[in-house]
Design a binder for this molecule. Sequence first.
Ligand code: PEP
Ligand code: MN
Length: 345
Amino acid sequence: MIIVMKNGASAEEIEEVVKHIKIWGAQAHVDRGEVQTVIGIIGDKAEILRKPWTSFAGVEKALEVSDPFKKASRKFHPSDTTIDIEGVKIGGGHTCVIAGPCSVDTEEYVVTTAKAVKAAGAKMLRGGAFKPRTSPYTFQGSGEDGLKILQTAKQETGLPIVTEVMSIDQIDLVYKYADAIQIGARNAQNFNLLKAVGKMNKPVILKNGVATTAKEHLMSAEYVMSEGLNDVILCLRGTRSYETAFRNALDVALIPYLQELSHLPVIVDSSHSTGARAYVSSVAYAGMAAGADGLILEVHPNPCEALSDGEQALLPRDFDFLMKKLDGLKAWSQKEWNRFDKAAK
Ligand code: PEP
Ligand code: MN
């Protein structure tokens, strides 16, 4: 349920509602918007719905929200969330491209990649030091050595680091090096891990699961947010489908759909959703054209030697070309928007 306060409701009136939510055994989530404050009630007690909310001073209306996600819901938090990762903003009109190798390999490759993607316009560097691999016999990641290489690349380029944490026992180590934490598809519904990262204070890039629905994806975000962390970025990396031409399938309509249901930024991983270099840029472009808040892409200067996912890595020159195309899209969208905006006035 949400309580919508009247425009200009006073701090005391808001406080009174919050106090009663707590007295009646639920949690209050207060979202102070520019004009209106919305108070979300989080709890499962049915009787709280029957309380006389509209008789409180300053309350405009009380609405029942049937969605099981609350903190992630746009109904609880009507304006877009903007997340700041070491000065890099994402969401609420700020777009951000994250690029780098699938796995951290040599310092030379990672630093070369970091410099190349930065020069092309990427704002953050990705790279896995702990790798969730389908086979236990393939490369599993280079652990702390890999995290140190990412740190060196950050020192060389200033790009903040995104890297995956696969289990609760890796949290202390990964948090020493990462600026944002990736939760991969295989852990998208590892609820204990989601709660554990929700207790920490670094932004989380949360991928959808290999076969999760958009609403399940939002429930995973809710697990993180239920522990107090608001900085969650939803990442679409495709889901299993009957099509065998690609590794996964990404429905671009999920971008506006998630943005309608949630205030959280939505980014697209077109590397894992296609699995093949030839299609990565098209899906990235489609994602941005559909309004995504950013991209996360795999780039490697020598894909034949990549320790994982070489077949879907863009070469730095492909990445540069894509970024230039995206600049064109941005300029075009802005021009079209100005025209539309003027016509509407
Ligand atoms: C990755 O980003 O390298 C990765 C393993 O992705 P996903 O969890 O989407 O498969
Ligand atoms: Mn990968």
